[in-house]
Write a protein that binds this ligand. Structure first.
Ligand code: ADP
Ligand code: GN1
Ligand code: MG
Length: 355
């Protein structure tokens, strides 16, 4: 019996699974939940130990997920299928919280956009996902993490982590700290737009990185948008921007060799073609104007979140080694700097696509 079966076999046994469990092993590259692949003699499942420190209200979170997935299924869209517990609940609450999804077979997730067409297809899928969410009644949704993409709030949290410097780590990251402090005047534009109404408040996914979409392993087409934990009101800039942050880079989010990390305008163009093609009829002029800024903002925001976590002792994002969050922060800062220098080129691409 493997250690994982020993540890999670009893948890798995409380869900309405088909067949007898033959294996349980860790799966994927998510930073938040503990994700396990459960194999039975009939089929495969994803079992997740939910991160209740990050998402403190699992009942509301699962209500959101059940609501959104039912909405999608009713429209014939492939999505996560929540497998209930044997007593019919959407998740299991014991000492911790667990949920199970059907494993979506014959799909892959990418950690980098190694194939430009796959990235374009992911843009189309996230754009279409935005359209499906537009038809979803936002009043049915609970905000699972308050002020998730409120960058000025993230900046305030960063400054608090910096002044506490609880692990005496600030001395190792002076250039990164300086970069984040020196860009303060760029952080408010999206939140100001949402507040004054110049940017529409929409229902958004908010965590649109390439490994949160399952791509067909043969055709390279998108099959299903996953990781629905952060669906809540937000701006289109967040969804477009976070995909660019992660996918329009020439290297992985945690590449240590910064010479390999560049913002790739061709990847940006491919994603923008997919995404803007899908949202063409709903995107406003102001949103379109600010898409390049959204890419920059999500990148620098993520950089400051990684650095805050590093300064605070790595309690939020899952890390594989000491300094992992600092390595991640450095790639984000490198990308944000390169994006800043290419706002005009990005804007021209968006204009041409939407013309
Ligand atoms: P986290 O919130 O920690 O990022 P995710 O829900 O994104 O967790 O899951 C982590 C990874 O597990 C995904 O990137 C994907 O590779 C894989 N995964 C999650 N759900 C499924 C599923 N239903 N079918 C296939 N793979 C999945
Ligand atoms: C986390 O859950 P995951 O790994 O898909 C994080 C995102 C960050 C991302 C950085 C709930 O995403 O906000 O952009 O890591 N999710 C949460 O890779 O904080
Ligand atoms: Mg994920």
């Amino acid at each position: 019996m493997t250690d994982y079966i020993k540890e999670y076999g009893e948890v798995a046994a409380q869900f309405a699974l088909e067949g007898k469990v033959t294996d349980i092993c860790p799966y994927g590259e998510g930073h938040i939940n503990l994700t396990l692949l459960v194999t039975t003699d009939k089929k495969r499942y994803i079992l997740q130990k939910m991160n209740t420190r990050v998402f403190p209200d699992p009942d509301s979170l699962m209500n959101n997920i059940c609501g959104v997935t039912e909405h999608l299924k009713a429209r014939g869209i492939e999505t996560l299928n929540v497998v209930p517990t044997k007593d019919g609940k959407s998740f299991l609450k014991t000492d911790a919280c667990y949920r199970v999804y059907d494993f979506i077979e014959n799909t892959v997730t990418y950690q980098t956009a190694s194939d430009i067409n796959v990235f374009r297809n992911s843009g189309k899928a996230f754009g279409e996902f935005q359209n499906y969410l537009a038809e979803f009644d936002a009043s049915k949704l609970t905000e699972t993490i308050k002020r998730f993409h409120d960058t000025p709030k993230r900046f305030a949290d960063f400054k608090a982590a910096l002044s506490a410097d609880a692990f005496d780590r600030a001395k190792d990251c002076k250039p990164e700290i300086d970069f984040i402090l020196s860009h303060e005047n760029t952080y408010g534009i999206a939140m100001e737009g949402l507040k004054d109404g110049s940017l529409p408040l929409r229902v958004t996914h908010n965590d649109t990185k390439l490994n949160n979409i399952l791509m067909d392993d043969k055709s390279g087409e998108a099959r299903a948008v996953i990781d629905l934990d952060t669906i809540m009101p937000g701006s289109m800039l967040f969804d477009f921007g976070d995909s660019i942050r992660f996918g329009a880079s020439t290297a992985a989010e945690d590449e240590k060799d910064l010479d390999k990390v560049h913002f790739d305008i061709n990847l940006f163009k491919a994603y923008a073609e997919g995404y803007c093609g899908a949202v063409k009829s709903s995107i406003t002029k102001r949103e379109a104007e600010l898409l390049p800024y959204g890419a920059y903002l999500m990148t620098i925001e993520c950089g400051m979140r990684f650095l805050s976590d590093y300064l605070s002792g790595d309690t939020y994002f899952a890390t594989k080694y000491e300094g992992h969050n600092l390595v991640r922060c450095r790639t984000q800062i490198k990308l944000a700097g390169e994006m800043e220098a290419q706002f005009a080129a990005m804007g021209k691409i968006i204009d041409e696509i939407l013309a």
